[in-house]
Design a protein around this ligand. Sequence first.
Ligand code: FES
Length: 97
Amino acid sequence: MIEITFITNGGKVVSAAPNSNLLRVSLKEKGGIPFKCGGGLCGTCKCLIEEGLENTDAVKPKERRHLKPEEFEQGYRMACQTFVNGNIKVSWAGRPE
Ligand code: FES
């Protein structure tokens, strides 16, 4: 199992299977990452992988529609498009639910 830390949600830590979709884990475990469409269209699920960016999979074309190249360099991803294969810590803008 891998560990995902939801920084913006009071540092909540949950376990997940390797290769899990980040938004799906957030929904299942009440991680609190904001979302609307769940399908790569709205951009609401923009989040910052503060640690463990190397444990995320390749950036998808849908993400490139919402995020700039320099944002990817900083570690921003769209949670609904991101699969996680190791421990990460993630934060996002806005108030926790
Ligand atoms: S939830 Fe809409 S793009 Fe991820």
